[in-house]
Design a protein around this ligand. Structure first.
Ligand SMILES: C[S@@+](CC[C@H](N)C(=O)[O-])C[C@H]1O[C@@H](n2cnc3c(N)ncnc32)[C@H](O)[C@@H]1O
Length: 204
């Protein structure tokens, strides 16, 4: 286990003492418009979004390198009577509706399967080298919902490492192959950028 994963285990263990975090408001706002096919929740943490998607009957591949986060997610799923199973990367193709597939993996090394997901969520996680693979992993017509911190966050408390902070306009420009449906940067209480984008459907 990497030192960072161990650190996240500690953070998730501490956070589990408090009530679970609500889903991000952008996910709630867009939920009725998001595709209901197979979803990928990148760096899912304790699964506030995976649970929401699975509760509406969607299959979700929930990926995180924190074993503690996935354990908490598994317990929360059990309490909400949502089936959740551990998976291996090779099982990407066998996602079942209404089920959360938990994958403990380091996103630095994980190869995303192409044209496989109707929806990709990436919230509060930034790995720039994943932008292109994320675009390729979407099915034609599939949607990406991405929200994370920008450099404006330096005005507030929270992440400080520039490696994890978007530049102004960076997220909007980060997916040239996708059609932008919504883009917003906020510098009010927190510095975040939010993107909803869609992969073009194949021409007939
Ligand atoms: C701030 S939390 C966000 C969790 C979730 N997306 C949410 O919005 O609730 C960031 C998550 O990224 C995970 N993470 C960080 N680096 C990772 C990596 N290289 N591979 C897999 N997961 C990673 C951490 O374990 C943590 O659960």
């Amino acid at each position: 286990m990497s030192a960072n994963a161990a650190e996240w285990n500690t953070r998730h263990r501490a956070a589990a003492q408090k009530p679970p975090a609500e889903p991000a408001s952008i996910v709630l706002e867009w939920l009725p418009l998001l595709p209901e096919g197979p979803a990928l929740d990148l760096a899912c943490g304790t699964g506030r979004h995976s649970l929401l998607l699975a509760a509406r009957g969607q299959s979700v591949l929930a990926v995180d390198y924190s074993a503690t986060a996935l354990e908490i997610l598994e317990n929360r799923a059990r309490m909400e009577k949502i089936p959740a199973t551990r998976g291996a990367p090779g099982e990407f193709t066998k996602l079942r509706a209404g089920r959360i597939h938990l994958l403990e993996a380091d996103l630095e090394n994980l190869e995303l399967p192409e044209n496989s997901f109707a929806l990709i969520l990436c919230l509060q996680y930034l790995k720039r080298s994943l932008f292109a693979p994320m675009g390729r992993a979407l099915q034609p017509g599939g949607m990406l919902l991405f929200e994370t911190f920008t450099r404006a966050q330096l005005n507030y408390s929270g992440p400080r490492n520039p490696a994890y902070l978007l530049e102004r306009g960076e997220l909007r420009a980060g997916f040239p192959g996708l059609h932008v449906l919504f883009y917003r940067e906020l510098n009010a209480g927190q510095g975040i950028a939010s993107l909803v984008a869609q992969k073009p459907r194949k021409k007939r």
